[in-house]
Design a binder for this molecule. Structure first.
Ligand code: SF4
Length: 303
């Protein structure tokens, strides 16, 4: 008979997920207590982490070919893939609920922009899908703080389901190192949001990862608010760049910069995209010569 964990894997695969793992609660020790599984579901016993990979050519070539277009990456990154991930999480939650277990599919893309009660940070989601993925054995945290998997590097998106089902945990990843501190992510960041001189230990389960301190406002300046034309908007003809100020960036700085982009960019402001240079620059060591772990096709074949 199919075990509960195998049933979860099957349902996830049927929903189009490429990776699935299961994390026990005690691997979330680095996460703020309000972001832990038990903070959402008292009695939580496990978190299912799942990922959908990006089509490789779409991810690698966006903005880099004669078409000079990010539009497919924009649509699938911002709409189709989040939609499918959310639906997969709903499928898994309903599967577990039908077997008598409480389950919450976690959201994607929502934040508390300002500090909230005892949460001191800005731009804080209510759940950490990145730590969940690593806690579920799917990969390692890189210097950029994003999970790197053996199968796809950084070329996937994650979602999680918290449940009180007693699911057997997946082992932590113990394959070849996926981050060798090449620091390409730090070098390629458009806004110098990552401080490669200040690596902080992030403990997940029995593993410790060195993650660069991130200025989240500097990161959001380009990634979310698309204020640098060179990060992608210029391929839409949106040639408006507002450089981030030196030092600390405030909410007011972003609002003023957005107003200027809207005034100067006109209608095109509504149709744009900025890539995440740190993730695109990141190719784990075992993929550097042949592009992917299993395909045998070189990344260079896409260039
Ligand atoms: S770009 Fe290099 S340093 Fe940064 S996460 Fe990837 S492997 Fe690690």
């Amino acid at each position: 008979m199919e075990s509960l964990a195998d049933g979860v894997r099957r349902v996830a695969a049927e929903a189009g997920m490429d990776l699935v793992g299961i994390a026990p609660n005690d691997r979330f020790q680095s996460v703020h207590h309000r972001l832990r599984p038990q903070a959402h579901l008292p009695g939580a016993k496990a978190t299912v982490s799942m990922a959908m990979r990006y089509p490789r050519a779409m991810y690698e070539l966006a903005g880099r070919t004669e078409a000079e277009s990010y539009m497919s990456l924009q649509m699938f990154d911002l709409f189709y893939m989040p939609h499918n991930l959310l639906m997969a999480a709903m499928d898994v939650a309903r599967y577990l609920e039908n077997r008598g277990f409480l389950s919450i599919p976690m959201q994607l893309g929502q934040y508390r922009v300002r500090p909230y009660k005892d949460i001191p940070t800005y731009w804080t989601p209510d759940f950490d899908h990145d730590v969940a993925a690593v806690a579920a054995g799917l990969g390692e945290l890189g210097v950029h703080g994003v999970p790197i998997t053996y199968e796809y590097g950084t070329r996937q998106k994650f979602i999680s389901v918290v449940t009180d089902a007693p699911l057997e945990p997946s082992p932590m990843y113990d394959g070849p190192p996926l981050c060798d501190r090449c620091m390409e992510c730090v070098k390629q960041c458009y806004t110098s949001a990552l401080d490669g001189e200040k690596l902080e230990d992030v403990r997940v389960g029995d593993r410790t990862f060195a993650v660069a301190r991130k200025d989240i406002w500097r990161c959001m300046w380009s990634k979310r608010f698309m204020l640098l034309a060179r990060a992608g908007p210029d391929t839409y003809g949106l040639d408006v760049t507002v450089e981030p100020p030196e030092g600390e960036i405030t909410e007011e700085d972003v609002q003023e910069a957005q107003a200027r982009k809207g005034r100067e960019g006109g209608m095109q402001t509504w149709y744009s995209y900025a890539d995440r240079a740190c993730e695109r620059a990141c190719v784990p060591p075992h993929m550097r010569n042949n592009g992917s772990a299993d395909s045998g096709q070189g990344a260079e074949s896409l260039e």
